[in-house]
Design a protein around this ligand. Structure first.
Ligand SMILES: O=C(O)C1=C[C@@H](OP(=O)(O)O)[C@@H](O)[C@H](O)C1
Ligand SMILES: C=C(OP(=O)(O)O)C(=O)O
Length: 430
């Protein structure tokens, strides 16, 4: 446990910053690089705990991966060369590693057992196991096959046509990874578009797939060709500073080379709708992914309703959006976000608890929350619930409190943003 006391921050957020690489893209780069025969180099990789779990798993299956900070070099003999790990594979806190790897391991001729930390062991895995079972996968798990630990007896799978009942890029990606090694054509339809990094990166690794609206079609038995990947800055990490700068008077901040994939920019749309001043500059596309510089200046903000198809485009940003809403004029209503209940912690309950402790008026609903605006925040003892996004939201709250904030444990921040406090220091003056 690493407790942290943060005094009220009077400084505005000023300057330029590049945030670490995108977590979702970093995971996928390691997975696809390990499946491709040859050398894949990844630049601006996220050196965070979740992505290091994915690296470790492929090393345990015999892939040569050299990782030094933000540079990763993978030399693989391809998917056929992966060896059966002698020990159970540990997925730590990472839902993305778990869901994607369950999909992949189901279709490879290996027996594996997998487990995670206390948080991951509570998160639902049946959302991937059920469609994989339809593909003929053999997976056994705790709690009637719903929870980790799992045992997977990988084998040849049969492609399926599937409409995702949950709006989840992890489920979509798990099925695409299983589909890569299956017989036949995998057809996946989503009700709302979720992050499409898997589809984009499969294309960069030479896999042929067809995306038509919300439907993806991909033939199985395709092989991947190695490539070079540049990982854009993680907009989900940038979101903490963008939100702080939007509301803290006299702020002017530029986040450079941040990922601007439209399936991830719900936070930019929300900030604009709330009245933030935002400019996007220097847009470019690398490896199919859009990135650019985002300039934000403080302004007076208003509360809005956030619901429907935008939710998957900002799902991980809801804790920081909720904090921001306490500083806007009027009410903010968040709906259709029941997925928050099955993240690292129940993020609806956690956000409401933390903001209430800080003196805000927030009500939980079954699929979101209602946040009153123009709230003066006090300070006090809060829990991070062992959840990186809750810990960073708590730290940013110090820009708006009158008293110190004491966060029970900030160690989870290393999951997605190990240099969070150093970066925060660079853009503030106190
Ligand atoms: O595919 C991914 O990389 C992710 C998808 C989202 O989860 P769901 O697929 O559960 O919505 C997101 O919350 C998570 O941080 C990363
Ligand atoms: C939900 C998250 O990640 P994961 O599902 O990979 O644990 C997150 O990073 O906010």
């Amino acid at each position: 446990m690493v407790e942290k006391r943060i005094s009220p921050q009077s400084s505005a957020l000023i300057g330029e910053l590049e945030v670490p690489g995108d977590k979702s893209i970093s995971h996928r780069a390691v997975i696809f690089g390990s499946l491709a025969k040859g050398r894949t180099k990844i630049d601006h990789f996220l050196d965070g705990e979740d992505c290091l779990r994915t690296v470790d798993i492929f090393q345990k299956m015999g892939v040569s991966i050299e990782q030094q900070g933000e540079t990763v070099v993978i030399n693989s003999d391809g998917a056929d060369s992966l060896i059966e790990p002698k020990e159970p594979l540990y997925f730590g806190n990472s839902g993305t590693t778990a869901r994607l790897m369950i999909g992949l391991l189901s279709g490879l001729p290996l027996f594996t057992t997998i487990y995670g930390d206390a948080s991951l062991s509570k998160r639902p895995m049946d959302r991937v196991i059920l469609p994989l079972s339809d593909m003929n996968a053999t997976i056994f798990g705790r709690s009637g096959g719903k929870l980790l630990p799992l045992a997977i007896s990988g084998k040849e799978l049969q492609a399926i046509q599937y409409t995702l009942p949950v709006k989840s890029a992890q489920v979509k990606s798990a099925l695409l990874l299983a589909g890569l090694f299956a017989n036949g054509e995998t057809i996946i339809t989503e009700k709302a578009k979720t992050r499409d990094h898997t589809e984009t990166m499969l294309g960069a690794f030479g896999v042929k797939l067809n995306v038509d609206g919300n439907t993806i079609r991909m033939d199985g038995k395709q092989s991947l060709k190695p490539t070079r990947i540049y990982v854009p800055g993680d907009i989900s990490s940038a979101a903490f500073f963008l939100a702080a700068a939007a509301a803290k008077p006299n702020s002017s901040l530029v986040i450079k080379k941040v990922g601007l994939n439209p399936t991830r920019t719900g936070i930019i749309d929300v900030l604009m709708q709330m009245g933030a001043q935002i400019e996007i500059r220097n847009e470019e596309r690398i490896g199919g992914e859009l990135l650019g510089d985002v300039k934000i200046s403080s302004s007076s903000l208003k509360g809005i309703e956030i619901s429907g198809d935008i939710i998957p485009r900002l799902i991980d940003e809801i804790p920081i959006i909720a904090l921001l809403a306490t500083q806007a004029k009027g009410k903010t209503v968040i709906k259709d976000a029941e997925e928050l209940r099955v993240k690292e912690t129940d993020r609806i309950a956690a956000v409401v608890e933390v903001l209430t402790t800080l003196g805000a008026s927030v009500t939980a609903t079954k699929d979101g929350m209602i946040i009153e605006g123009s709230q003066e925040l006090t300070g006090g003892n809060i829990s991070a619930y062992n959840d990186h996004r809750m810990a960073m939201m708590g730290a940013i709250a110090s820009f708006f409190t009158k008293e110190d904030i004491i966060i029970d444990d900030i160690s989870s921040i290393a999951i997605s943003y190990p240099s969070f406090f150093e970066d925060l220091k660079r853009i503030t003056t106190n």
